[in-house]
Design a protein around this ligand. Structure first.
Ligand code: HEM
Length: 447
């Protein structure tokens, strides 16, 4: 009988918890806390976390590293082969629906696919993939969705023209209007209250087990959401939902909050991509070179721009921790892990591991060329280095192609209208290592 894997010492456990696990929780797992993000940037906690993971892997070897946390079996995944195995063998024996996720999501989407296991996961996953067009290179509604993005980008471009700058507050407002139109239809464009209610429910999610569910708020949110879904405008995701078969198990409306809130991450990713382009003139020139005259061209061929968004997500992943929970005892090179172990894949460690990745700390869109969308993005391949901004394998983000379609259209339109340059003090120097943390909320651009 193989013995259990060697556990990290108490001091290494303390270092791993405080430097790797606590910062993402403090920043807010379900909704970001801007104040904490500003501090994280100042202390560059991202770089420290990656260096800590490197030291742990040098010291303990390639097997997952169990942490000495009383009452909880938790292990850090340290090698690329194990990332492939864990993500590839999801959901058995590596369940995506971990107890942490279920606790955080119970306030507003207990039946969302993210928190589902077994037959329910299969059913809801298929529904999500169908509506989001995950298996298609381009969503079948791409033309209509792009038109919505470009219209909202133009409204924002007009504000930039008037004020001479782009600020986060204006960007996120334009982005959320776009998202409501894409997901729920044009009549939802100005329903800021819906987004605000979801934000309050998500804030409860940050406290996972600790807070009771705000039931009145949840009822109001779903009442309002159902109103938009029932309208089922044909040129948005709600319209596709209405045409997609659902079973007793599916709970279609409960899949939607995830789409709305996951689109937040796309705002940070695209705004950071603008920051990279606003400080790297060579890459910006390449992007401009491929932009179509008509940004709603269906589908626009903007592979390099998509690669820039993927680079933004590699450098600053919006889901830094991908979690799994073992549903059976598992055997590794030098020992076993018990059933019920949480496995932590810390994406920044793999994305920024300068021991293996020469481009780790620079803006290198060419890393992604040839893999910027379609079903193959997030496929598990034997030799590829695990760059996993959208995760990979059977639970890979089913929204990844939609994200790349909509973010590249927003960025492309803004860059067609304005020359956006990142303002000091945040200017990112192409000749120096990029920071491990970049707080999008404080970035401003001159036009
Ligand atoms: C920059 C934007 C986004 C990023 C980086 C991202 C990334 C991710 C990641 C890392 C996961 C976890 C997968 C796992 O546990 O292995 C995930 C799950 C998921 N994402 Fe996204 N996502 C984004 C936006 C979106 C959008 C806009 C949608 C929908 C329109 C979406 C739909 C989902 C769904 C439904 C799941 C759950 C999948 C499952 O458990 O099977 N995501 N996403």
């Amino acid at each position: 009988m193989p013995s259990p894997l060697r556990t990290a010492s108490p001091s290494d456990t303390f270092a791993a918890v405080s430097e790797v696990l606590v910062p993402p929780i403090a920043k807010g797992v379900i909704i970001r806390r801007p104040g904490v993000l500003a501090l994280a940037e100042r202390w560059d906690v991202g770089t420290r976390a990656v260096q800590r993971m490197q030291r742990l892997s040098d010291g303990y070897g390639p097997d997952p590293l169990p942490l000495a946390i009383p009452g909880r079996d938790m292990a850090l995944v340290l090698s690329n082969d194990d990332v492939r195995r864990v993500l590839g063998d999801t959901p058995e024996p590596f369940a995506a629906a971990t107890s942490e996720k279920q606790a955080a999501l119970r306030h507003f989407q207990p039946h969302g696919v993210l928190a589902s296991h077994g037959p329910e996961r299969q059913d809801r996953r298929a529904f999500n993939e169908q509506v989001l067009g995950s298996q298609l290179p381009v969503h079948h509604l791409a033309g209509s969705l792009l038109a919505k993005v470009v219209e909202e980008a133009d409204v924002l471009a007009e504000i930039i023209g008037r004020t001479g700058r782009l600020r986060w507050e204006d960007y996120i407002e334009a982005w959320m209007r776009t998202v409501r139109r894409v997901v729920l239809g044009d009549a939802a464009r100005d329903d800021h209250a819906l987004t605000d209610d979801l934000a309050s429910l998500r804030a409860a999610g940050n406290f996972a087990f600790l807070r009771p569910t705000p039931k009145k708020l949840r009822a109001r949110f779903f009442r309002q959401l159902r109103g938009h879904l029932d309208r089922a405008e044909p040129d948005c995701l709600a319209g596709v939902m209405a045409e997609t078969p659902a079973s007793e198990m599916t709970r279609p409306a409960e899949q939607v909050p995830q789409w709305l809130f996951a689109y937040d991450a796309a705002a940070w990713a695209s705004y950071r991509a603008l920051a990279l382009l606003g400080s790297h003139p060579d890459q910006a020139a390449t992007v401009r070179g491929e932009l179509p005259d008509d940004p709603t061209a269906d589908p626009p061929d903007t592979e390099y721009l998509r690669a820039c968004v993927l680079e933004s997500l590699r450098l600053w992943p919006t889901t830094p921790v991908v979690l799994r929970e073992t549903t059976a005892p598992t055997t590794w090179r030098n020992g076993t892990l018990p059933e019920g172990t949480s496995l932590v894949i810390f994406a920044p460690y793999f994305h920024r591991d300068d021991r293996y990745l020469p481009e780790a700390h620079r803006f290198a869109p060419e890393i992604w060329t040839g893999n910027t969308g379609g079903p193959q993005l997030g496929a598990i391949t034997d030799d590829a280095w695990p760059l996993i901004p959208f995760s990979a394998g059977p639970a890979v983000c089913p929204g990844r192609n939609l994200v790349l379609l909509t973010t590249s259209a927003m960025i492309g339109t803004l860059l067609t209208r304005h020359d956006l340059r990142l303002q000091a003090p945040h200017a990112l120097d192409p000749d120096r290592d990029l920071p491990g943390t970049l707080n999008p909320f404080e970035l401003t651009f001159n036009a």
